[in-house]
Design a protein around this ligand. Sequence first.
Ligand code: ADP
Ligand code: MG
Length: 694
Amino acid sequence: MKSLADQSVTLLKGVGARSAEKLAKLGITTLQDVLFHLPLRYQDRTRVHPIGALRRGDQVVIEGEVDLAEVKFGRRRSLMVHLSDGTGSLFLRFFYFSNAQRQNLSRGVRLRCFGEVRSGPSSLEMVHPEYQRLSDDEPLMVEDTLTPVYPTTEGVHQLTLRGLIGQTLELLDRSPAALQELLPENLLQRFQLSSLLQAVCFLHRPPPDVDQQLLLAGEHPAQQRLAFEELLAHQISLLTVRAEHLRIKSTAFAEQNRLKQALLEALPFSLTEAQLRVVSEIEDDLAQSKPMQRLVQGDVGSGKTVVSALAALQAIGAGSQVALMAPTELLAEQHLNNFSQWLTPLGVEIAWLTGRLKGRAREQVLQRIESAEVQMVVGTQALFQDDVSFNDLGLVVIDEQHRFGVHQRLALREKGQQQNRTPHQLIMTATPIPRTLAMTAYADLDLSVIDGLPPGRKPVTTAVLSSSRRDEVVARVRAACAEGRQAYWVCTLIEESEVLQCQAAEETERLLAEALPELNIGLVHGRIKQDEKEQVMGQFKSGALDLLVATTVIEVGVDVPNASLMIIENPERLGLAQLHQLRGRVGRGSAESHCLLMYQSPLSQQAKQRLAILRETGDGFVIAQKDLEMRGPGEVLGTRQTGEMQLRIADLIRDQEMLDDVRDGAAMVIKQDPTAATALVKRWLGDRVDYGRV
Ligand code: ADP
Ligand code: MG
């Protein structure tokens, strides 16, 4: 029995090369794809409704007799057909009609129509209904199931799709085994799931008494059955990647050493309870000879850096090397500063490697890395170029991971591998990842959460106001700086164009310099030369500058405790999580801090509500969850373009309650039936399955 997944859609009647191409745009290439192309909604053509009981918005079948048909010349010429059935009457309205059509719709003719009921000027109407003439000798049958309405695309008609799906269902009727059930019987029972065959057939041909609300919401058990299987396949894929990776060995590092002790003693603060907990989770991992894959989540300012420094020292103390990678040069530099400050006094050699380092200087650094003269390398992605080879890389730390995406994370894993050893991986992110995503897109990682801030932090007071109050805002900046505080002014633009964004920042700086002549103002954006950027940041950090005008380049990591005011222009153009990151640049010192979100009027009510979330909460998890609900997982993960976690049927928000079951189910399938596990991944992820080996 050939599986539907191995049969091309061109096997169906009426599908040639041309239409196959168009169907491919709907993601349909095999007969299995045809079956998984589910209806958006349904029409009820299973019974004839009395006209007297119709309500506006109903989509129904009616039958009646024509009392009158006439052409009206109003604003638009139209053919109006008055139809009644003894319970009531309505008009059929046609803007386009032929003479023949008009003559056919004469008084006394009986019609069956399907259409949407609208209210017209004098009574209810159906505009351009589908209709058929009824004759006494051959009674028309009604449908006995609901009629599916499928998502279509240009050149693929609704009726074509219905036809193709009809053909496929017939095929399935003759040989049901062509749609292989991949879920083991005991799993179906445990989670009370129907068979795949039942679920699919039901969704294409639901009985008239089905709860349509449930179907529309995607919450019918038949839909949930499919969503469950899809999420299960994703989960299995990530767990498989993880299991494969765990077969490779890493170096085990003793939990305690002299260097770690020395750093803890030298720190001007003691670690918070949350930090201590995460540090000990990492210690345990690093003491194993299987690779650590740990994601440390901690809100902005929660103190992730020092946690990673302790992890680094566990490896370095045992004679191994550590690489720390940040997404931007600015951040990498900041890490370099922190690590130098903490580790250099302990005798640790630190090198610096970014794309900017060229020629001889670069060669020297590479040589020192290879010969193990340096124990720690801080940099950007440049760390993982082909010509960089470590003597003995024991740990890779990746900061602000969400910017890299799953593919890059997995690619890095590969790069770090030497012979049959792989470095431990510690990933740090300030974007709180909602549980739903943690359990799906990150299922191959263990999770640690730093769920508290160091003592003494004050929440940032946030206000949302219109740009018409710009003068007041400028006055706030003046007042804050007069008190010896510092401020950020962040310019954003919706265009992806960096050039425009930088121009906007330059213009803003000019205007602010005019309005605030007494202040020292600096400017950083993506097109300012690195040396100059460093210089400006340095001046801001030392307090020589009062106000820093910047683009979103300062989004992550920058740490200037004396800055207590942040203005964000056009916040409506950014995601909530991103705004929360930006806002995290203030509130790092002892002063009351403020963030002013200055939107461009007019702003929709919905957009205002969205911004209000930031005013109401400083909890990054709540904010990320809202962001996820409003904008989808791609935005939150920063992988919108790569199409990761693109689901066909499941919806992470709608279906989040089944995730616990999905996780248990995935483990069950992998254990009981590895062949089915592989087949599931192939069915739902197809070629994308290979991302474990990019
Ligand atoms: P993030 O988690 O955003 O990367 P950082 O690691 O940059 O946060 O830490 C923010 C600031 O808090 C730094 O100045 C850091 O030295 C300081 N810090 C970290 N841990 C503590 C602590 N336990 N007590 C006081 N300050 C701390
Ligand atoms: Mg950080």
